[in-house]
Design a protein. Structure first.
Length: 215
C-alpha cells in the first residue's frame, strides 16, 4: 500500500493536493520568506517539481529543473513566461554558462533523495552558480532525538532513501560552503513532521572577490 501511495505522488495534481493537504506548502513558503527575495533576483530551483509555490515569488528571473516530464509540463503550462524557464534536465556544470549567476538557489525537498556523492555534486555546482552574496536554502525530512513517533515514521518511510540527521546534512554542506546553519522545523505542517531547513552561504570553492566569482 505504501509503495502504491508513493507511486501516486508521481501524478502532479495528486502531489500538489497532498502537499497542500499536509501543509507542506507552508514549509516551502517559510523557506522563501527566509531568502527575502526581491524583484529582479535570479533564482535557480533544483528539483522544482510542479513549482506550486511559484506564485509566492516576486518578479524574479527563474530557472526550474526537474527530471519528471509530467511535473515540468504542468509547471510550464501554469507558470511559463518571458523570465521563466522550466527544464526537464539534471542541473549540472553544463548549465553554468547558460544561466546568469543566481542570487538564490532552492533545494526544497531534494537532498534526501540524493546519495552523499550526488549531494556533493549538486552543492558544488550550486556554489559555482551563485552570484556574490548569493545563498542556498534546502529543506528535507530529518531524524532527531525525541521526535514525535508519527514524525519519525514519516521520515523513515519518505520516498527519499537518504533521510539524514541535521548533523549529516550540515557535514555535507560544509564540504562546499564556509557558512552553514539551520534549524529543525516541526511546527509548519498539519501533522507531526520534522524537517531540517539549512542555509548555505560563502562558497568555499568560489572565492568571494569584488571582481565576481571565479569558475
Amino acid at each position: 500500500m505504501l509503495a502504491a501511495l508513493k507511486g501516486l505522488l508521481g501524478h502532479e495534481a495528486l502531489y500538489v493536493a497532498l502537499q497542500k493537504g499536509l501543509g507542506a506548502d507552508r514549509l516551502r513558503y517559510r523557506c522563501l520568506d527566509e531568502l527575502a527575495l526581491v524583484d529582479g533576483d535570479t533564482i535557480i530551483d533544483v528539483g522544482c517539481g510542479p513549482a506550486y509555490y511559484f506564485g509566492r515569488l516576486p518578479k524574479v528571473r527563474y530557472y526550474g529543473f526537474d527530471t519528471s516530464e509530467k511535473y515540468i509540463a504542468h509547471a510550464r503550462k501554469r507558470w511559463g513566461g518571458d523570465q521563466v524557464e522550466f527544464r526537464c534536465e539534471v542541473f549540472g556544470e553544463q548549465h553554468l554558462g547558460q544561466i546568469p549567476p543566481a542570487n538564490a538557489i532552492l533545494l526544497l525537498g531534494l537532498l534526501h533523495h540524493l546519495s552523499d556523492d550526488e549531494c556533493r555534486h549538486v552543492l558544488s555546482v550550486s556554489a559555482k552558480a551563485l552570484a556574490p552574496g548569493g545563498r542556498v536554502i534546502a529543506v528535507d525530512p530529518t531524524l532527531v532525538p525525541g521526535q514525535h513517533p508519527i514524525s519519525r515514521w514519516m521520515s523513515k518511510n519518505d520516498r527519499g532513501e537518504y533521510v539524514r540527521t541535521p548533523e549529516g546534512f550540515v557535514a555535507l554542506g560544509r564540504e562546499t560552503f564556509a557558512d552553514v546553519d539551520g534549524e529543525v522545523v516541526d511546527d509548519a505542517t498539519r501533522i507531526p513532521t520534522s524537517h531540517w531547513m539549512m542555509r548555505m552561504r560563502t562558497p568555499a570553492l568560489v572565492p568571494d572577490t569584488t571582481d565576481g566569482p571565479r569558475r
